[in-house]
Design a binder for this molecule. Sequence first.
Ligand SMILES: [Zn+2]
Length: 325
Amino acid sequence: MSQPLLDLPEPFKWTVDSVCAVCGKEGLLGRRYRNEYWPDLEFFNQLTVVACSGCGFGYVPHPPTDTELETFYATRYRGPSSPYFVWRRGPGREPFRSRALSQLGSVSRHTDLRRPGHIVLDVGAGLGEVLRLQTILNPTSRCFAVEQDLHARTDLERRLAVAGTTSISDFLTVHPEGADVVVLSHVLEHISHMDLASFLLLVRDALRGSGGIALIEVPNDDSILGLPSEDSPHLLFFSEKALRELLSRSGLEILCVERLGQRTPVAPSSPRLARLKNLKRFSLIASLADLRGQASQRGRADWFGVTELTASPVGSVLRVIVRQA
Ligand SMILES: [Zn+2]
């Protein structure tokens, strides 16, 4: 049931007679889904978004089917016309590389990445920059990737000698002991609200006992109610409050939350990026040591063209480190 809503500013146009699954507030706000990158995919054009003014959580109430999504991520998401094209080379890779370094910096404050035989699982690995840097840092690491795009997965297996699968369940079948580090960089927002709870339980299962940690990074959508945004192909929109609640409910203890990045893209910081261009093992170790000292104040990462992420009260990105509760 919905009714017109006249007082609210754009972009939310109507109210939805529904209760927030996160905070329990009655009455959500609705608008059409914005699909800029894949306008030919009708199943994105037809979606709506609802959001809670109480906790800032947003979701797509009627997501595409599993088959539509599986086909999309296997063939289009990392295809040539996508901003996430997997064969990016040269400068196009730099933002992903700096983000991966920043993420390993955050992880290294909670676990020793140089421990022999460390198992690292990157879910939605894409270009595999996290695994590539981890292998340089610690050649004894055992690296695994969950990646649905066949070309990306084959590239990871050939170029980085990473073992690739298409699901966390497949990884657990082979390694029931779990991973020391699980990375979910901009993955959670692609899961449907119906699958989120079971997906997070799977993430929890993928952690090795109480010692395993996961890095979960998502766009910070706490201003979803007021900020024009590009939606596709995201199905969930997290505020910090909602993300904390959902992770805690899934048996995950939050060790740290970082808010990184600006709302508006900023120019690359060239001296810092120049240092990243010819990474060798020792410069990586030095960079990680550097980041350990200052990561609570600053971070280096990328979210969609932003090549420098600085800690800020608002932040375009939420980065959370969790372990089994
Ligand atoms: Zn809510």
